[in-house]
Design a protein around this ligand. Sequence first.
Ligand code: PLP
Length: 381
Amino acid sequence: RIYLDHAAATPVRPEVLRFGMRFLDGFAGNPSTIYREGLEAQAAVARAREQVAALVGASDPGAIVFTSGATESNNIAIRGTALRNKRSGKGVVASAVEHISVLNPAKDLQKSGFAFTQIPVDRYGTIDLDALGTAVTPETVVTSVQYANDEIGTVQPIREVAEIVHDRGGVLHVDATDAAGRMPIDVERDGVDLLTLSGNPLGGPQGTGALYVRPGVRVQPVLVGGGQERGLRPGTEDVFGIACMGEAARLAAAEMPGENERLRAIRDALIAGISEVEDAFLTGHPTERLPHHASFRFSRIEGESIQLAMNAFGIAIATGSACTSRTLEASHVLLAIGLAHAEAHGSMVATLGRSNSMEEVPRIVEAARETVKRLRAITPL
Ligand code: PLP
C-alpha cells in the first residue's frame, strides 16, 4: 500500500504516541490545580507551548493558544479579531484560495454587517499583491492569507503580504496548517500577527491545533467559559493531545532540513513522471510550492474515478481537498486559478510523508498512466 494523502491525515508518529501515553494511560491531572498531579499536567502543557512556539519562531511561548485544530484556530482568528475590533472598522479581507474554515467565518460575518473582500490569485495560485494593496484599508480589521495551499501546494509571498497589510495598519492572519514543519516559519521575521497550526500534519493526533497570537493583538474568544488558554480557548486542556503536539513540533523542527530535502526529491520525480502522462498538467506553482506536494489535473476524466482506480492499484491519493470531497462541487481553489468547471473536476493531489520513498515513484507513475488510459477509454466527456 502506498499512502499519498498526508494533507488529509498524517500517521501519528509512534515516538509521539509513546511520549503522550503517560498523560493518557491512568493519568489524572488538571492543569488548573496546584497539587502534584496538576503541576505535572501544567508542566506538560508549558513544555508543549515552548516547543510549538520554537517551531514558528515565537519568542514568547505565552503567545501560543492550544485549540482543537486548524478549523477552530481559523475561527478564533477571523471571528474573534473582527468582533473584538469592530469599532475600528468592518472590513475583512482574505485570498480566494483560503480553506473553507477561513472563508466561511468571513462570509458569516457579513450577517453582522462586515464587508468581506476576496483577493484573486493568478494561474499558479499566487495572490495578486496589487489587488491586496487596494482592498486593505484602515477599515480592515483582519486580513487572512495562507502560508501554502493544501490543494495546489502554492506558497504565498507572506513577507510581502505582511508589509502591505501593516503599511495600512492592519492585522495579518496566516493559516500555516500545511506549511508548518515543512517550511522554516518565523512569525517575527515574516510579520505574522496570528498563525494557525494543526497538530496532525506534524505527526501528532487529529483534533489538536494551536493559534499564535502576537502579544498586543486584540482577539475575543469564540467560546466562553473558564479562563484557560488566556481565556481565548476556555475548557479543560487536552493534556494528552497538547503534549503530543508539542513533541511532534519538536521532532518536526529538528528533522525539517533533511526530511524536506528527501521529500522534495521524491516530489520532483513524481512531477516529472506524471507530467509525461497524456493531457496531464501540474496545478499550482512550479517552484514556489510545498516540498511534499505534487498536484495535477487531467483533461476529460473525473477526480472521484481517479481516486477509486488508484485505490485499486493500492495507492491512497486525494482529489482536491478532503474537506470538500463530500459536496462534489468543483474546488473553489481550482476555479480561482482560472480552470473551467469541467477541468476542475479531474484533479489528483499527492502529499508525501515519512513513509514514502523514491522506490515508490515508478509504481505511482505507472498506476496514474494506467488509470488515465482506462478512464479515458470509458469517459463520455
Ligand atoms: N486550513 C487548511 C489550509 C487545511 O488544509 C485544513 C485541512 O485540510 C484546515 C485548515 C482544517 O483543518 P481541520 O479539519 O484539522 O480543522
